[in-house]
Design a protein around this ligand. Structure first.
Ligand code: ADP
Length: 494
């Protein structure tokens, strides 16, 4: 019998990607297409939903053609996507009524402040696991209903559909037959009850969003519908938001396992099993992917500036030509340099949540130079990760044995070794760092029974393990100095 394949559609913030896996879990083809970012006003970020779909369609076709796949060879499709980004379309025409409002968009900050003033914070936290923030979909939907002509009357007549990008892609692939999303994406809307696993009527009412707009919600591994390709129905059998897909792709399936993605920012998620825990340390609680019918929860901490600090060294300060050169210069630095960089360029995220913090460089002496500054910037990424992991372990009341890593900056060996040292935890980097797309592919393959969980365990090969080497005394000294620098960066603008 001919080889069968799984296709993962990885719809990211700046590009759409498609990944082809064979039945042995090997990546056979990858295609990527960037699309336009729109910044119509300060703090606003939009995408064109049609361009998202066109770019996703294009890469899907590209990998099919590059491997000359017959429709019957495509066993299933998995979808993973940028989370929270909001699309509203008309059910009859299938036309978006407004551009997609992207997760980074801050236009609804005032509405969020109003919800806080109205005392909604405890209810939102208990029901959705989230903090009230413009980041999540809820206030973006409300903005569209309030600002697009006719939107409110269409919504009241049941003619509008809301979806995160996964729903929009499912709608397109099924030619408008299916309006659905998965638990992980639903849990980022600020409208979903993560315990009852249903849309919350009190939050929908508070935001005046009719429930008729909302997609049906299913587990991440489920039968979502079919994409008909040359007359052959191909099941869509796995769907998850990008960070949860990465957690799944890193095989963090047991409580107490965690991954950190070192991209522009850093996103750390820890599987906490089937019981909800709320954070006392500024983390959010969210739904993760599950291989059983039971829901699984995760704690999540986001760091705003991760690899972006290395971009700052490259493009802002022009200290390096390429991001990867940072490791070389860091090795040249005086190891006892004493410089601390706090890259709070956009305030501080978890666990500090200080919008008014700003970046700072501390501990400079006459002999501090380029190498020390570069080294301190890499170290800052590791310190921030350490703080989030410490918060997670405290909230989950569970130590973690190994941190699994992925994302662009995880390629940096200096950073990974320093990370293991300041965590006093083993850091494990897989050979294939496409964790997000792999997670979606695994969900899809498991969903149709092409694979069993044990098969997937065999697919994952480790590239390198970083074992802590630093003395505890040295670590304490470094962490104390970092904390002092963070304190001095906080409330800077206030
Ligand atoms: P995103 O998905 O957020 O665009 P990526 O996972 O592609 O991010 O990672 C890119 C980020 O990682 C950039 O901010 C870049 O500066 C940083 N980066 C890439 N390679 C390295 C490296 N070898 N060392 C340190 N940082 C790196």
């Amino acid at each position: 019998m001919a080889q069968r394949y799984i296709i993962a559609l990885d719809q990211g913030t700046t590009s759409s990607r498609a990944l082809l896996l064979n039945a042995q879990g090997e990546t056979c083809a990858v295609a990527q297409h960037e699309f336009t970012q729109y910044f119509p006003q300060s703090g606003w970020v939009e995408h064109d939903p049609k361009e998202i779909w066109d770019s996703q369609w294009r890469v899907l076709q590209q990998i099919i053609q590059s491997q000359a796949l017959q429709p019957a060879q495509i066993a299933a499709i998995g979808i993973t996507n940028q989370r929270e980004t909001t699309v509203v379309w008309h059910r009859e025409t299938g036309e978006p009524i407004y551009p997609a409002i992207v997760w980074q968009d801050k236009r609804t900050a005032a509405l969020c402040d109003q919800l806080k003033t109205d005392g909604m914070t405890p209810y939102v936290r208990k029901t959705t696991g989230l903090v009230i923030d413009a980041y999540f979909s809820a206030t973006k939907i409300r903005w569209i209903l309030d600002n697009v002509p006719q939107a409110r009357s269409w919504a009241d007549a049941g003619k509008l559909a809301f979806g995160t990008v996964d729903s929009w892609l499912i709608w397109q692939l099924t030619a408008g037959k299916v309006h659905a999303t998965d638990y992980t994406n639903a849990s980022r809307t600020m409208l979903f009850d993560i315990q009852k696993l249903s849309w919350d009527s009190q939050l929908l009412d508070a935001l005046q969003i009719p429930v008729s707009m909302m997609p049906q919600v299913k587990p991440s591994m489920a039968a979502y519908g079919e994409w008909t390709y040359e007359g052959v129905p191909i099941p869509i059998s796995g769907v998850a938001g990008d960070q949860q897909a990465a957690l799944f792709g890193q095989l963090c399936w047991q409580p107490g396992t965690a991954k950190n993605t070192y991209g522009t920012g850093c996103f750390m998620l820890m599987n906490i099993g089937d019981t909800i825990r709320y954070s006392n340390n500024g983390l959010i609680t969210t739904l993760a992917c599950s291989i059983s019918p039971q829901p699984v929860y995760a704690l999540e901490g986001s760091i705003f500036i991760g690899g972006a600090a290395i971009q700052w060294l490259r493009d802002g300060l022009k200290l390096i030509d390429k991001a990867q050169d940072s490791a070389y210069f860091a090795q040249q630095a005086n190891p006892e340099h004493g410089v601390v960089v706090v890259p709070a360029f956009a305030g501080l995220g978890a666990p500090h949540w200080d919008m008014y913090a700003r970046g700072g460089v501390f501990g400079l002496t006459r002999d501090s130079g380029k190498n020390e500054l570069i080294r301190a910037t890499l170290e800052a990424i590791a310190y921030q990760t350490q703080e989030v992991l410490a918060a997670m372990q405290q909230d989950a009341q569970q130590p973690i044995q190994t941190l699994k890593v992925d994302g662009g900056a995880a390629a940096n060996n200096f950073l990974m070794q320093f990370q293991a040292d300041v965590l006093q935890t083993t850091v494990e980097r897989p050979q294939n760092v496409e964790s997000t797309a792999l997670g979606a592919a695994y969900l899809a393959g498991l969903g149709i029974g092409l694979w069993q969980p044990d098969d997937i365990g065999r697919f994952r090969a480790i590239d390198q393990v970083f074992v802590p080497q630093m003395t505890l005394e040295k670590r304490e000294q470094l962490l104390t100095r970092w904390k002092k620098a963070v304190q001095r960066s906080m409330q800077w603008e206030a």
